[in-house]
Structures are given as structure tokens and as C-alpha cells.
Design a binder for this molecule. Structure first.
Ligand code: ATP
Ligand code: 3PG
Length: 409
């Protein structure tokens, strides 16, 4: 399906420059281990086993933010997952980095410092412009090949993602390859039976964009979370409480209202909204209420209710493919995990093609001891997953495809 080259096309024993996406939550200044390390470790292991000398690049946070930190801790966590040493160099492409790269032998790996500490990395510019940066021009000649495994950052036109493939032989790593194939399936693959999309979470604009783009390709949308409450409100129910500094039910309501009403008008038959909602009772337990009985806005709702979960489970059982974007409730609190976990359990129980995406939602799989192998694919991407679902091209993939064309001539 993809037209880029992969590790299958890369001869053994090369000097390779590899882009990973290790961007992770930082707590008290410490990077937290997560699925990204585990997934990229497989690519790194494969490269080392093929006797490549491997220099890794990755980013963390953005300048000015609290999570903009060095990658020293990332190298340690990655090494644990890879099962062998990963050196670390506190430099992106200066003398220290170059000397470490030159000393790298086949079967060895090192991680270079946070690419976003290099001024030329971030401004979003055309790949050809990025290829002209000192960053790219200095590092590229040190290597035989470039490997991009950072699917989850492939929507960014940054130097380390798009500059190198313009001037080097370029390949997709295993994470890039599997993410691309699974996440593009909804747009690029024909399913014989019903295609269902479970959408929720807090990023309502993402959800609206996905529904607008996929209205014709999805047979049933099952809505929940804050996004689902927006649709319930447009349908006339006085529900919906903003979380954090969001203003979806306040300042932003008018901006989204027309689109949501349009979606309900055009695709009403395929959109399932919650039949009941759950909230925190006075005694601290979980209580539920049918949506039809809500005539006054009195409380925040934190999950979809039992009737809704049962209905969504039934839809899933009759589906050929299920895509998930966003949680149906505040699943981090066990009392309000029923919607998210019920739906994931139902997917795991069937043999439909399934993709679960969204950094937060996929965390529920670990939290509630679900088996990742019961899903066709669990994505580690956020923004790139949304773009793939809506059919928007990813610049990081486009440059790999262009490199493959160039390499073929
Ligand atoms: N009713 C609700 N009230 C409060 N929070 C909710 C509710 N429903 C869902 N959430 C929260 O939504 C979050 C997931 O939303 P988000 O849109 O960020 O999803 P994601 O696609 O998994 O993540 P990302 O886009 O960051 O990769 C969860 O952490 C969950 O707690
Ligand atoms: O974590 C991510 O989603 C990617 O690494 C992209 O990060 P960014 O949104 O800071 O560019």
C-alpha cells in the first residue's frame, strides 16, 4: 500500500541516521516510560541486529515549555527496552556530536540531543528549505541512509523529519510502516461489512473534523466523552461541562454549533448519542441518569451510562472494522471507566479489524490490563492519527515517498 522504502530494502552494515518520536510526559523533570519507547526499541533492535551503526534523533517538548528537556533520561529508558547500551551525546550536530558519530561502529547506537535545541529544527518550512539547513548539511554526509520511524511527528515539517530525505536515501522504520498502514486503512481500504467509529474525549474540534471527513465512509459513529455531550446539547439536552481551560460549552459553542447541527442533519441515522450518562453521586459512588430525563443543567457527567455501553457493544459486535478516537468518559477514575473499557472489551472480544488511537485513550488498554494483541493496531500517534483518519497527507511520509521515487531512477 505504501510507496516508501522500508527496512526490508536496506542492506546490512550501513551507517544510519534514524528519527524516532520519544516525545513523552515529563513529571517533576523526569521522563516517563511509555509505549513509544517500547515500540521504537523494536526498530532499534532490528537495526543493531543488521550490524548498522545507528545514530538516533528525537525531540521532547517545545522551547519555553516545562517539558522541553534534554534526552539523557530518554536514552536510559530506551536502552532498557532495547536491551543494550544506547550512548547519549548532549549535542545535536556540533563537534561533540560529529566526533561521537564518527566513532560509532556497526552494532552500536547513540542518541543525539533533543532536535528542538537546534534553532533550525522547528520553523515549519518546505522540505527543500530544511534540506539546506546547517543541521542537515552537517549530519547527512556522515551517513549512508536515513530512517524515519517517527510516524507520530510526521505531520510536522521540521528539519530532522523532512530535510534529510531530500538529500539522502531514505527508509521508513517499522513503527512508521505499521502506523501508516493501519491508520490509513479507513480511507484506503474497502471493508465488506459495517465500519464503526467510536469517538469521544475532550478534543471536540478533532472529533468534528474526523466526522466531517469520514461521514460517507463510516456506517455508525458511537459518541461519548465531552465531544458526545456537545452533540447531545445540539440535540436539545442541557448537558456539557468544560474541563480545564476549554470553553466548548461557553465561548466556543457558537463556532461549533452549526457544524454539529449540520452533521446531525446529514448523518443523523449513523450517529449514536448516549442514551444515559453517569455522574458522581453525593456518597461518592457512580450514579446514572437517562438522557431523556435531563431537563436542567445541574452537574458534570463523567461517563456514558450502562444502557449506552450495551448499545455500543452491540454495534461493535456487528462491525467489520472499528476505529477509536477519544475516551467515552473519565476512565482514569475507575468509577467512570465503564464506557471506555466496555467498548474496548467488546472490540477485543470480536475479530473485527480494529485501530485504537489517541495517546490518552490507548493508555486505558494498559490501565485496565487489556491485551494489546486483541486489537489490530494500537496507535502511539496523536495529531498524525487524526490527520491520517481524515485523509490529510503527512509531509514526513510524502518526503519518504519522494525519496523512494528518486532512488528508483
Ligand atoms: N465526560 C468527561 N469528563 C471529563 N473528562 C473526560 C470525559 N470524557 C472523556 N474525558 C477525558 O478525555 C481524555 C481523552 O481525550 P482526548 O481527546 O485527549 O483523547 P485522545 O485522543 O486519547 O488523546 P490525544 O489526542 O492527546 O492523543 C481522557 O483522559 C478522559 O479522561
Ligand atoms: O507527541 C506528539 O504528538 C508529536 O511528537 C508531535 O509533537 P508536537 O505536537 O510538539 O509537534
Amino acid at each position: 500500500m505504501s510507496t516508501f522504502r522500508t527496512l526490508d530494502d536496506l542492506a546490512d552494515g550501513q551507517r544510519v541516521l534514524v528519527r524516532l518520536d520519544l516525545n513523552s510526559p515529563i513529571e517533576d523533570g523526569e521522563v516517563q516510560d511509555n509505549r513509544r519507547f517500547e515500540r521504537h526499541a523494536e526498530t532499534v533492535r532490528e537495526l543493531l541486529a543488521a550490524d548498522h551503526a545507528v545514530a538516533l534523533m528525537a525531540h521532547q517538548g517545545r522551547p519555553g515549555d516545562d517539558d522541553f528537556v534534554s534526552l539523557e533520561g530518554h536514552a536510559e529508558i530506551l536502552a532498557e527496552h532495547v536491551g543494550s547500551d544506547i550512548g547519549f551525546v548532549a549535542d545535536t550536530y556540533g563537534e561533540e556530536a560529529l566526533s561521537a558519530v564518527k566513532n560509532l561502529s556497526g552494532g552500536e547506537a547513540l542518541l543525539l540531543e533533543n532536535t528542538r535545541m537546534c534553532d533550525e529544527e522547528l520553523p515549519e518550512e518546505e522540505p527543500e528549505v530544511k534540506a539546506e539547513t546547517d543541521f542537515v548539511r552537517t549530519l547527512a554526509p556522515e551517513f549512508d541512509a536515513y530512517v524515519n520511524d517517527a510516524y507520530s511527528a510526521a505531520h510536522r515539517s521540521h528539519a530532522s523529519l523532512v530535510g534529510f530525505p531530500v538529500v539522502m536515501d531514505a527508509y521508513a522504520g517499522r513503527v512508521m510502516q505499521t502506523e501508516y498502514e493501519a491508520n490509513s486503512a479507513i480511507g484506503g481500504r474497502e471493508f465488506d461489512g459495517n465500519v464503526t467509529m467510536v469517538v469521544g474525549g475532550t478534543k471536540a474540534t478533532d472529533v468534528i473534523g474526523v466526522m466531517e471527513a469520514l461521514g460517507e465512509r463510516v456506517d455508525t459513529f458511537c459518541l461519548g466523552g465531552i465531544a458526545g455531550e456537545l452533540f447531545l446539547r445540539a440535540d436539545g439536552y442541557p448537558v456539557g461541562t468544560d474541563v480545564g481551560d476549554m470553553a466548548l460549552f461557553d465561548d466556543q459553542w457558537d463556532a461549533n454549533r452549526e457544524t454539529i447541527e449540520g452533521l446531525l442533519d446529514e448523518h443523523g441515522d449513523s450517529i449514536r448519542l448516549a442514551l444515559d450518562l453517569a455522574y458522581e453521586a453525593e456518597d461518592g459512588g457512580r450514579a446514572e441518569q437517562p438522557v431523556s430525563g435531563i431537563d436542567e443543567k445541574t452537574r458534570p457527567y463523567l461517563d456514558v451510562g450502562t444502557m449506552t455501553v450495551e448499545e455500543y457493544e452491540q454495534v461493535i459486535r456487528q462491525s467489520e472494522a472499528v476505529f477509536v478516537k477519544g475516551a467515552l468518559g473519565l476512565f482514569e477514575d475507575e468509577r467512570f471507566s465503564k464506557g471506555t473499557v466496555g467498548v474496548l472489551d467488546a472490540i477485543a472480544d470480536t475479530d473485527c479489524f480494529s485501530v485504537v488511537g489517541g495517546g490518552d485513550t490507548s493508555r486505558a488498554i494498559e490501565m485496565y490490563d487489556l491485551d494489546e494483541d486483541d486489537f489490530s493496531h494500537v496507535s502511539i500517534a496523536g495529531g498524525a492519527y487524526i490527520r491520517a483518519l481524515t485523509g490529510e497527507p503527512l509531509v514526513g511520509v510524502q518526503v519518504l515517498e519522494a525519496a523512494a521515487d528518486r532512488m528508483a531512477t
